[in-house]
Write a protein that binds this ligand. Structure first.
Ligand code: ACO
Length: 330
């Protein structure tokens, strides 16, 4: 019988070399280490230089995931890149395919902001469950520093750059135990990286819009409220679908937005602190990269072990949010 279960069998990650700590941040805008740490838990973040591209860090993360999975680029059927900050608006997944030499793989980008990795995971799983593909590379990568307003202290202290990747493989038993995805466009204004056009006249009676994307804007308190209300709900729903109780979760792996958000969600779900994965002190909020980056670190540190049950949840612009419950490894 054909294998149509989903297993997540390898992870990798990569971050830019340069690190800006809160001390450095306070030379840019009126802020302090004390304010940033107490409100967010963030101590430093990695920032990509002009010569570090998204596809470069994503390719390094991908190589790590392929090596851990024990497969080669030739084995890949599909590459999905979850990102809001591609090097090329036409898509950057194909550039990664070229760098890896994954000649057989179909590629596309997927945009769902900080939920991109979870949305990508569920999307990838469908191709495996239908029996179409065997090996899929899913990458979450963002270079939000390209779009941060470096004069806006309410947002610039929060974000960092990075990439994480996982390999999904067809397996006899399905290790993606349950999921739930949600979107609410009525709250789209809370968090934007919006295109703004100026009218440009081509001919009499013919105007086109020509412009650029504007820096990130955010209503922090609305996003905070949204996360605290919606994330526990969506995790509960995914647990219900997985037929798993909260006590059975080994790890809570949330989008690394803010330590206060992580703590409050864990508390609402009654999940003890030692099960909560957090690395945002070192990296800040890396958007679509944050979940696979934290996952890869915990796997390589030997904290996450094969068969552990992980409850992962992403949430962010759109607004979008979602959760996936899976068993790590083969
Ligand atoms: N340094 C010093 N002071 C600051 C800073 C800063 N970096 N940023 C804001 N302040 C000031 C404000 O100007 C304000 O001063 P005022 O009262 O004189 O006007 C004061 O601090 C309080 O500002 P608030 O916005 O009310 O601060 P709050 O306690 O809400 O914390 C924060 C802000 C950390 C952004 C919080 O709202 C939050 O965590 N929101 C969630 C948003 C989030 O995580 N977004 C990430 C992207 S979305 C995602 O990934 C889900």
């Amino acid at each position: 019988m054909q294998n149509s279960g989903v297993a997540i069998i390898g992870s990798g990650s990569a971050t830019p070399v340069a690190s800006l700590d809160n001390q450095g941040m306070s030379q840019l805008v009126e802020t302090s280490d004390e304010w940033i740490v107490s409100r967010t838990g963030i101590r430093e973040r990695r920032l990509a230089t002009g010569s570090e591209s998204l596809s470069t860090i994503a390719t390094i993360a991908s190589r790590g995931a392929l090596a851990m999975a024990g497969i080669t680029p030739d084995d890949l059927d599909l590459i999905i890149l979850a990102t809001s900050t591609p090097d090329d608006l036409f898509g950057s997944a194909s550039e990664i395919q070229a760098q890896l030499g994954a000649v057989k793989a179909v590629t596309f980008d997927l945009t769902a902001a900080c939920s991109g990795f979870i949305f990508g995971l569920v999307t990838a799983a469908q191709y495996i469950r239908t029996g179409l593909y065997q090996n899929i590379l899913l990458i979450g990568a963002d270079i939000l520093s390209r779009w941060v307003d470096w004069e806006d202290r309410r947002t610039c202290v929060l974000f960092g750059d990075g990439a994480g990747a996982v390999v999904l493989q067809a397996a006899a038993s399905d290790r993606l135990l349950g999921f739930e995805l949600r979107s609410d466009g009525t709250q789209n204004q809370c968090l934007k990286l919006a295109y703004k056009a100026q009218s440009q006249r081509l001919l009499e009676g013919f105007d086109v819009g020509k412009g650029t994307y504007q820096p990130i804007t955010m209503n922090g308190q609305e996003v905070y409220r949204f996360a605290l209300q919606r994330v526990p709900e969506v995790i509960d729903k995914a647990l219900f679908r997985a037929n798993i109780s909260v006590d059975q979760i080994d790890w809570l792996l949330l989008h690394q937005a803010n330590q206060r958000i992580l703590d409050a969600i864990a508390q609402r779900l009654n999940i003890p602190e030692h099960k909560v994965i957090s690395n945002l002190a070192q990296y800040g909020n890396t958007s679509a990269a944050s979940i696979p980056l934290a996952l890869d670190e915990a796997v390589r540190q030997g904290r996450i072990q094969s068969d552990d049950i992980i409850a992962a949840s992403g949430f962010g612009a759109g607004l979008t949010w979602g959760a996936a419950i899976f068993r790590w490894g083969r």
